[in-house]
Ligand binder design. Structure first.
Ligand code: ADP
Length: 153
């Protein structure tokens, strides 16, 4: 099973969308194995968004991501990284597919509701960045028998 990182961003916190967003991952059949509210430090933002450091919009992204706490979640499931990215939709929210989280809930490039890891390699790094080992939980989810077929497991 893969694990992936989701951040519920400050725009969603301000707009009361934590439940709505979490519900979509739950209903899809993903398993929540870690969750916490946190204020993002300078250091974690510089590391997390290092690939954007030279972009003109970087300062705006940094200010936005520190404008309130975020909710960090770790979701687990078969091919969870891609499954979550599909649910989230493309970066530019106003162009994201209807039915996706960004497509349904946001209009902005910057304030696009959520972050989700974009590859398995990134996900492994990002989960470690946001969660200590004892903040990720291993437990049986009996509902899984209705989510996957036997031969997929
Ligand atoms: P994603 O979050 O979809 O993986 P990126 O890693 O490219 O996308 O960008 C990280 C975040 O930076 C985006 O989610 C968005 O909040 C912000 N961002 C990206 N591109 C822009 C842009 N052109 N203008 C403003 N903000 C942007």
């Amino acid at each position: 099973m893969e694990r992936t990182l989701v951040l519920i961003k400050p725009d969603s916190i301000q707009r009361g969308l934590i439940g709505e967003i979490t519900k979509r991952f739950e209903k899809k059949g993903l398993k929540l194995v870690g969750m916490k509210m946190m204020h993002l430090s300078e250091a974690i933002i510089l590391e997390h968004y290092a690939h954007l450091a030279d972009k003109p919009f970087f300062k705006g992204v940094k200010n936005f991501m520190q404008s309130s706490p975020v909710i960090a979640q770790c979701w687990e499931g078969m091919e969870a990284v891609d499954a979550v990215r599909i649910l989230v939709g493309i970066t530019k929210a106003r162009a994201a597919d209807a039915g996706s989280i960004r497509g349904d809930l946001a209009m902005s490039f910057q304030c696009n509701a959520v972050h989700a890891s974009d590859s398995l390699e990134t996900a492994q790094r990002e989960v470690k960045r946001f969660f200590k080992e004892d903040e990720i939980f291993d437990y049986e989810k009996t509902e899984y028998m209705h989510v996957y077929s036997e031969d997929e497991k």
